[in-house]
Every structure is written in C-alpha cells, then in structure tokens.
Ligand binder design. Structure first.
Ligand SMILES: Cc1ncc(COP(=O)(O)O)c(C=O)c1O
Length: 403
C-alpha cells in the first residue's frame, strides 16, 4: 500500500525527471485547499499567506467560484475569438466601470497582459506621434513577467542574463526618482510603465507625489502611462486598483493574478483613444477571455463585491501592519514594515530570510522570502484578524527561536 510519504516522494521524483527545472520548489506536495488553509499529501495543514502569489484572492475552493466554473465547464468551455460569447463583453464592462478606462483585451497571464500593453503603446505612438516613437521607460527593481517583451521591461538584469539580446527600445530608471525619469525621457519616448507598488522585488510603494508627477509629465509630453496592476489590482492594496491611492488614472492598465481567483486570465485595459489603435488582426490570443475564464473572473468580481473584500483588504491590511509594527518596535532585527493593504513586507537586518521562510513553513505558515532580508505576505482578500494574529505569532516565534 502506498503511504502519503510515498506519494510525495513519487511526485517529486517524477517532477525532477519530467518537468523543466525552472523553479526551486519547497519539498511539499499540496493537494487540497479551503479558505485560508492548504493541506499537503502527508496531511499537514498550512495557513496560506501567499495565496498562489496574490492569485487566490477569494482563498481556496470558494463555493461561488467553484460552482461558476463547474456550471460553465458543463455548458461551454472554449470557442474561438472569431465568435462572440456572452460573458466576455460583460466582464469587459465590469472592469471598465470599476477602473474608468475605456476597453479591455483578454489574455491568459500577467506577462501577456504586459506584452499587450507594450504593443498597444507602440502602435498608438506610431499612429498618433510618428514612426520613431517606440521607447518605453520602466523602473529598476520592477517585475513585468518572463516573456521576452515583459522580461525586457523588467528592470532587473538578473532576469535578462542568458536571454540577450533583449528587445530594443527600453530604458530603466531608479524607481521613485522623478529627476531620473525627466532625464531619461526623450522625443522617442512612447510610454512609461510602472507598478504602483513594486511587488516581486520587495513590496515598494510609489510615492504619492512621484506618481502624480509622472502623470503630469506624461500629459505634458503626450506619453502614455502604463500601470502594471497585475499584482496590485482587484482589491489587493485595499482599493480596487493601486492607482486609486494616487488620484490619477493610467492610459493603460494590466491585470491578471486575482482576476480569475485561481483560473488563468489576464487583461489589458486602455482609455478609448488608445484602445482604438488596435484594429482586427493587430493582436490576438487563442484562449484569451474564453467562456470558462470569463465565468471565473465574473464570479471572482461578484464575490469581491458581495463579501466587501476590498474593504476587508484595507481593514485587515491596516490591522496586519499595526501588528507587525508592534513586533518591529519590540525587536532590533526588523528594519521596516512596508506595503499597502494586503501586500505587505517585513524587511529585516539579519540576512537569513530564506531560513525564516523555512522555519515558518515548518510551523505551518506559508510566506515568501525575497533575497536575504525581506519576507513578503500576500494573504487572500478574505483573511481575518485571527489569521493575522496566528501568522504574526508564528513569525515572532520563528524570529525568537532561530537567532
Ligand atoms: C507586477 C507583475 N507583473 C507581471 C507579472 C507576471 O505575471 P505572470 O506570471 O502571470 O505572467 C507579475 C508576476 O508576479 C507581477 O507581479
């Protein structure tokens, strides 16, 4: 008879034999989820403060999402985008109304949404400003995905290494430095692309004055502002979109992650005058916005609205920050608590973030260590105070015991 330990070993051995080695995985095989909890093949339970890297906004196995996906799967899963399907324009309308932008294009991931934004901004600039206007400025420390355009946009040389030459026409500037951006803008600049809160590199919010100044600069020089809201979008920061903290609206915005609640779907939204640069044949995706993906996204949006999850993210996010600040005040190894809403990082000065992450995991808490000193937390938008208390308690215990 196979024991659960045998099952875990078999999965890991098969993965190593047959799956390309692009991830250093935790030695855990996850088999089931419910709300904020996950279980592995050996029956161990985990409190999930990563939510599939900001994807499972509704937690695991949300009944509304499960039933919408099951119902749609039984009716119609996929047809070509050469035909209309009922839910795609409904989803586009919901996102347009929530964001104030004009039209949506659907794809399957964050990287693809950003590819769309890159192509759309270049197409718009060629039509409205001239053939040579193609340059896109992005920030150092940014993360926009792994396809060749998105990884070129990503301002971290370590992700470019081995894949050169990168796409021409990109420039990188320090984040939150308006003078550096002013100096980098040229007559060839068609777009500036930023995350409202840099996520992957350690949860770094844009300054209010910075993003406002970027918006003014784009307006005065007829440059498009692309905001990558793949991680910040759809409630994560305590507002529907990160840009709503800043009193500005981008020309183009990208979404993915939370949008499908765990089902893969991405979207690129743009104001009408920019969206109209795309015409039939310009850009496409076979799976983008198919009936199953749209049903998942609509059920996710319904649940976010019905369960007041944006407000929950703001309130529990504030509570989480307060609890972590209390922990910081009582210790000398935490330098800073950063973030917005439920996008949170603890920066330490002890150089052992990966060990802290491992020790949390051993005690049943899933977090995300970044580099040597940062722990990132991205719990589902449904998280409550008791789970925050539990997570902070585990972190405290780990910090105390692993010195
Ligand atoms: C801000 C941001 N943009 C883009 C991406 C890429 O998304 P995907 O992995 O779905 O391609 C990520 C992924 O972490 C992200 O955080």
């Amino acid at each position: 008879m196979n024991t659960s330990l045998d099952i875990s070993r078999t999965v890991m051995d098969m993965d190593s034999a047959y799956v390309m080695h692009t991830f250093n995985r935790q030695k855990i095989v996850l088999v089931r989820g419910q709300g904020m909890r996950l279980w592995d093949a050996d029956g161990n339970e985990y409190l999930d403060f990563l939510a599939g890297i900001a994807v499972n906004g509704l937690g695991h196995s949300h009944p509304g999402l499960v039933s919408a996906i099951s119902k749609q799967a039984a009716e119609l899963m996929h047809v070509s985008n050469l035909f209309y399907v009922p839910d795609q324009p409904v989803l586009a309308k919901r996102l347009v109304e929530l964001s104030g932008l004009g039209k949506a294009f659907f794809c399957n991931s964050g990287a693809e949404a950003n590819e769309t934004a890159i192509k759309l901004s270049r197409k718009w600039a060629k039509e409205h400003r001239g053939e040579d206007i193609f340059e896109i400025i992005t920030a150092e420390g940014s993360f926009h995905g792994r396809t060749i355009g998105a990884v070129t946009a990503t301002g971290q040389p370590k992700y470019h290494k081995g894949f050169e030459p990168m796409l021409p026409g990109f420039k990188y500037v320090p984040y939150n430095d308006i003078d550096a951006l002013e100096a980098a803008v040229s007559d060839k600049t068609c777009a500036i692309m930023l995350e409202p809160v840099q996520g992957e590199s350690g949860v770094r919010p844009a300054g209010i004055e910075y993003l406002k100044a970027v918006r003014r600069m784009c307006d005065s020089r007829n440059i498009l502002l692309i905001l990558d809201e793949v991680q910040t979008g759809l409630g994560r920061t305590g507002k529907w979109f990160g840009f709503q903290h800043y009193g500005i609206v981008p020309d183009i915005m990208t979404l993915a992650k939370t949008l499908g609640g765990g089902f893969p779907i991405g979207a690129c939204l743009a104001v009408d005058n920019v969206a109209s640069a795309f015409s039939p044949g310009c850009h496409a995706s076979t799976f983008g916005g198919n009936p199953l993906a749209c049903a998942a996204a609509l059920a996710t949006l319904d649940a976010i609205e019905e369960e007041n999850l944006v407000q929950n993210a703001a309130e529990i996010g504030a509570y989480f920050h307060k609890k972590l600040e209390e922990l910081r005040a009582a210790r000398n190894d935490i330098v800073e608590i950063r973030g917005k809403g439920l996008m949170v990082a603890v920066e330490m000065n002890r150089g052992d973030a990966p060990i802290i992450g491992q020790e949390c995991l051993k005690r049943g808490l899933i977090v995300n260590p970044i580099g040597s000193d940062i722990i990132r937390f991205l719990p589902a938008l449904i998280v409550g105070k008791s789970e925050v208390d539990e997570a902070v308690g585990i972190l405290k215990e780990v910090l105390e015991s692993s010195r």
